[in-house]
Design a protein around this ligand. Structure first.
Ligand SMILES: Nc1ncnc2c1ncn2[C@@H]1O[C@H](COP(=O)(O)OP(=O)(O)O)[C@@H](O)[C@H]1O
Ligand SMILES: [Mg+2]
Length: 267
């Protein structure tokens, strides 16, 4: 059937060769529901993040932003609904879950580095254990990544010898060492002294420009405007708005979003 074959070929030929079109869902949450006891923390969450997209998630404290991030790499279970990473449902446990988790890098507010390991060992540990990389290869990769985030000169120090901003950049390098398909950032700069915020945001902006798929919970609206393709506004466990930064900041649709923006933008 040559005709059908030809049609298939046409459908698969990209408009511009070599350009990857951002139409490939990497993270998909469908009708996700989550309770903590009686508390309904995630209410019918539907969210699709395409390859290369940068989402900034904003919303009042307690609205479920962290919980949503944690469900994406299954640090939290869900009560119903479906979560897929690159088309695959989240496995329940075991090796498969470890592998899938490795595809989702996560950076938290508290840097979570292993206090009794050097910076270099912090970055090589998971690639060696989970990816079965040999030590030399893992150290090369780690040094490259530490150089990219500007802390390669600190490789043989312990975490406590580094500033908060440096530790958070190490945490980013450590997540990247697993070659994740998507990176989650949960308020990565909110525990930092103000003068260190930008050194971490700069690394995130660079990652975004390189095409990394990213979900970022942050109150840094400058970053949101500079790097986000889409702002997701959450309140009371629901996604109330999703829009481009310009639209969201200039024309918020809901009273909750208007109220939230008036509180964070007017001081
Ligand atoms: N492990 C937990 N057990 C019980 N309640 C929790 C737990 N984690 C979060 N919560 C509650 O769930 C709600 C959403 O929390 P969270 O996802 O941390 O919100 P956000 O990150 O938007 O501030 C809050 O009311 C919080 O107190
Ligand atoms: Mg939170």
């Amino acid at each position: 059937m040559p005709e059908i074959q030809e049609e298939e070929n046409i459908a698969r030929t990209p408009l511009v060769p070599g350009v990857e079109y951002p139409d490939h869902p990497l993270v998909e949450l469908t009708h996700v529901e989550k309770y903590f006891g009686d508390l309904h923390v995630l209410k019918d969450i539907n969210l699709t993040v395409n390859k290369g997209e940068v989402l900034v998630i904003v919303g009042p404290s307690g609205s479920g932003k962290s919980t949503m991030c944690r469900t994406i790499n299954r640090l939290e279970t869900i009560d119903s609904g479906d979560i897929r990473i690159d088309g695959k449902a989240l496995p329940q446990e075991g090796k498969e879950l470890a592998n899938l988790r490795a595809e989702v890098g996560m950076v938290f507010q508290s840097f979570n580095l292993f206090a009794n390991k050097t910076i270099l060992d912090n970055v090589t540990l998971a690639p060696i254990k989970v990816r079965h990389m040999n030590k030399t290869e893992a150290e090369h990769l780690a040094m490259d990544l530490l150089a990219r985030v500007g802390v390669d000169s600190q490789a043989h120090k312990m975490p406590s010898q580094l500033s908060g901003g440096q530790q958070q950049r190490v945490a980013i390098a450590r997540a990247l060492a697993m070659k994740p398909k998507v990176m989650l950032f949960d308020e990565p700069t909110s525990a930092l002294d103000p003068e260190m915020v930008n050194e971490v945001l700069d690394v995130m902006v660079e990652l975004a420009h390189e095409g990394m798929t990213m979900l970022c919970v942050t109150h840094e609206m400058g970053f949101a405007r500079k790097a986000a393709d889409r702002i997701v506004f959450m309140a009371d466990g629901q996604i109330l708005e999703q829009n481009t930064p310009d639209e969201f900041f200039e024309h918020p649709q809901t009273d909750r979003a208007k109220d939230f923006l008036s509180k964070i933008l007017t001081h």
